[in-house]
Design a protein around this ligand. Structure first.
Ligand code: PFF
Length: 451
């Protein structure tokens, strides 16, 4: 075991740090476009049910593994049972795949922030502005490089703590601003239809891919199935309640995603005149709709600027945590210095990030199983590797080290109220469910079955 691991001061410290990693583009950018695309209310319902059952059990498991061993993911699995360190390695691939395209989206946010800063917010509201921007060659790559460089600089200089402090102040402001924008949108003509679509589940819209998308989103948004929460757990003090910390992180994370959907989905209805095709816009949804909302708002330039600044910081804490993870893996496993390891991670990020950016324009003709490059990286990490890591984690906890090992860890601070749920989820429901969802959604994707 590693000695002298520094730890978070208390429960609030732990919850805020973990929430800082969890709350990011996943909540504000990714959740709304998936919810729009996969049936609105039915996606929201599926997501919430998964979060309080499966997400809860998996997050408890990961944090408990980290706290019990005091190690990060790669070593933690091996420490508990030597044959299983491969699960840690598999999970470690995920942040490496996500980081580059996360920085592409981070670049888009940076660009929008500066557009609003220089007073040109209205120009971002015109039809085609966003598509015109991302299909260019140089500009998106420039913003990607700036964002990636900034993330790397912060990691290199070791000033994460400062950024985290800023982000802790920003998070409550983001919540208040999101509520304000959502209320503003709710009063626009046509918004009610959008709110209904987002909140009321319509079972006609159900499909296995809805569930797979919701499950992938859950992992992504809560930073699960990629070793991150294990690392956070390794810094958690034994005196802090693990169960209630998990509940608070989940509440924060889901709440912010919900609010983001409430801002964005009704605006789609407002500005598309109810045209359902607009719901399937995918990754561009936030960037296309919100500038239109700001353009229709008194003081919208300022509100828009504030919004993109807040999203920028939320994204930055997440990309820092992603890069930090990958850098420390390279440092530990290849015995590289911190600077060298940072350079390697930068090179890999450029090698994967530049094609992801070009996939929206110059390389748009290049499709992998029907997807552009960015969507493919997103799919392979969220819908393939993460479910496999989550499945293996359940089997590992349920049958190799046995749930009791982790239940004891949780119970250091008192009774584990969700113990039954945890046991049943980890041993039976979650593993069976993941396998079924993976098989059915693949069959559906290839047209073998139709739901
Ligand atoms: N959970 C983050 C989000 O929702 O944006 C993404 C993420 C951040 C994943 C940091 C992993 C991570 F280490």
């Amino acid at each position: 075991m590693e000695q002298n691991r520094s730890s978070f001061t208390g429960k609030i410290g732990f919850v805020l740090a973990a929430a800082g990693s969890a709350v990011g583009l996943g909540n504000i950018w990714r959740f709304p476009y998936l919810a729009a695309q996969y049936g609105g209310g039915i996606f929201l319902l599926t997501y919430i049910v998964l979060a309080v059952t499966f997400g809860f059990a998996l997050m408890v498991a990961e944090i408990a593994i980290g706290r019990k061993t005091g190690l990060s993911a790669i070593s933690a699995f091996g420490e508990l049972s030597s044959k299983y360190s491969f699960i840690g390695y598999l999970g470690a691939i995920v942040p490496m795949i996500i980081l580059p395209y996360y920085c592409v989206i981070g670049g888009w946010v940076t660009k929008y922030m500066t557009v609003f800063m220089s007073g040109f917010g209205k120009s971002a509201a015109s039809d085609g502005a966003f598509a015109g921007f991302i299909s260019q060659v140089n500009e998106p790559i420039l913003w990607f490089s700036i964002y990636l460089g900034l993330t790397a600089l912060i990691v290199l200089l070791g000033v994460e703590k400062g950024i985290e402090k800023v982000s802790k102040i920003m998070m409550p402001i983001l919540i208040i601003l999101s509520i304000f924008i959502a209320v503003f949108v709710a009063f626009m003509p046509g918004a009610i239809e959008g709110i209904k679509y987002y909140i009321l589940p319509d079972f006609k819209n159900f499909s296995f891919t809805t569930v797979l998308a919701a499950m992938g989103q859950l992992f992504y948004s809560m930073s699960l199935a990629m070793g991150i929460m294990i690392t956070y757990g390794s810094y958690m003090k034994k005196s802090v309640s693990l169960e209630s910390s998990v509940k608070q992180i989940e509440f924060f994370d889901t709440g912010i995603a919900f609010l983001a959907g409430l801002m964005i989905i009704p605006s789609v209805f407002v500005f598309s005149g109810g045209d359902k095709a607009a719901l399937g816009k995918g990754p561009g949804l936030m960037f296309e709709t919100l500038p239109k909302v700001f353009a229709n708002m008194y003081g919208g330039e300022i509100i828009g600027l504030l919004f993109f600044v807040l999203v920028f910081f939320a994204a930055l804490t997440s990309s820092i945590s992603l890069m930090e993870t990958v850098v420390s893996i390279f440092q530990d496993k290849f015995k590289l210095s911190r600077v060298k390891s940072c350079i390697v991670v930068l090179l890999i990020s450029v090698a994967l990030g530049v094609p992801s950016s070009l996939g929206n324009g110059a390389l748009a003709w290049f499709k992998i199983i029907g997807m552009d490059i960015l969507s493919f990286f997103d799919f392979i990490s969220n819908s393939v590797i993460m479910p496999i890591v989550a499945f293996l984690t359940c089997i590992f906890v349920g049958y190799v080290i046995k749930p009791k090992t982790l239940v004891d860890e949780v119970e250091i601070t008192g009774k584990f109220k969700g113990k039954k749920l945890f046991n049943v989820m980890i041993k039976y429901i979650a593993p069976i469910f993941i396998v079924c969802i993976l098989i059915f959604s693949l069959l559906e994707a290839f047209g073998v079955i139709k739901v």
